[in-house]
Write a protein that binds this ligand. Sequence first.
Ligand code: HEC
Length: 308
Amino acid sequence: MSITMKHARLIVLALCASFAAAAAANAAAGKAKKVQHHHWHFAGPFGTFDQYALQRGFQVYEALCSNCHGVELLSFRNLGQKGGPFYLDQCPAGVPESVDCSNPNENPVVKAIAANYRFQVTDGPDEFGEMFQRPALPSDRIPGPFANEQIARLANNNALPPDLSLITKARHHGPDYLYSLLVGYEDAPSTVEVAPGLYYNPYFPGDMSQNLKPEYVDEKGYAQEGVEVPLGGVLAMAPPLADGMIEYADGSPQTVEQYAADVTEFLMWAAEPKMEARKSLGFVTIIYLVILAGLLYWSYRKIWSDAH
Ligand code: HEC
């Protein structure tokens, strides 16, 4: 069957209609503010992590975020792997020579972090069949704050704080989104109501038309003419950062922006600890392919040079 002009026109019309419907649905679902673009060390084909930023980011995670969020895919020893926040290529002074500090299980900083971590590890059963708590070892997964989802929800207004191990990969524009979410909390606009235990954030995807005060809504429940539905949404996480909350030993600014950038860099590393190795392998591969292409071209010219 051939597609006539009429058919084609119908198809185009149907497509336009479905796009329009999708656009309307999108508008109704509300929009979040465009994420802020931050300058990251790790962006681009040659980007690498800044080890000091990773250390500060882990500090922020441990001091604040770990109250509610786990990073259950990370073990303590990952922190001491090459490229990780506490990797050592040689031992600090005072460590016996027999210790290989580049081995994450022997790295003294990682051992101390595991042993003094704010949560202990549940192990067992012991000889009486009981589970028990013990200080963590580098080989243990980093323990999270809650024993199970139900307790996590009870503590958080029935919302579940997601595990943060892969969060930067699980959101569009992951690092920029995370940074924007953390620095972007604002007072809710006067046209909306926010229930207790929830917080307005213009970067959180949501639908603020549901929160408009009754005087701004028409009888069908839509925003009245001229009333703008605020961007963003409400979430059950109170703004976790405030200036001066955490003391940095290296003199970096103790601001919400700095904390947010550092913890984002740490979580980006957590989601892709092998990023640097991947990028350098990619670079070497490209160089190899360029040389190979040159060689092939040269041999092609050589082999066919007599064949007129
Ligand atoms: C007091 C508990 C608490 C603390 C502290 C906390 N969060 Fe949350 N967080 C939550 C809860 C609860 C949610 C789920 C919110 C929801 O879905 O309504 C959440 C959600 C998130 C999300 C997911 C947002 C999305 O797009 O779905 C990210 C990312 C996040 N938190 C990062 C952090 C970081 C980084 C820190 C530390 C700087 C932190 N949180 C500290 C409770 C907390």
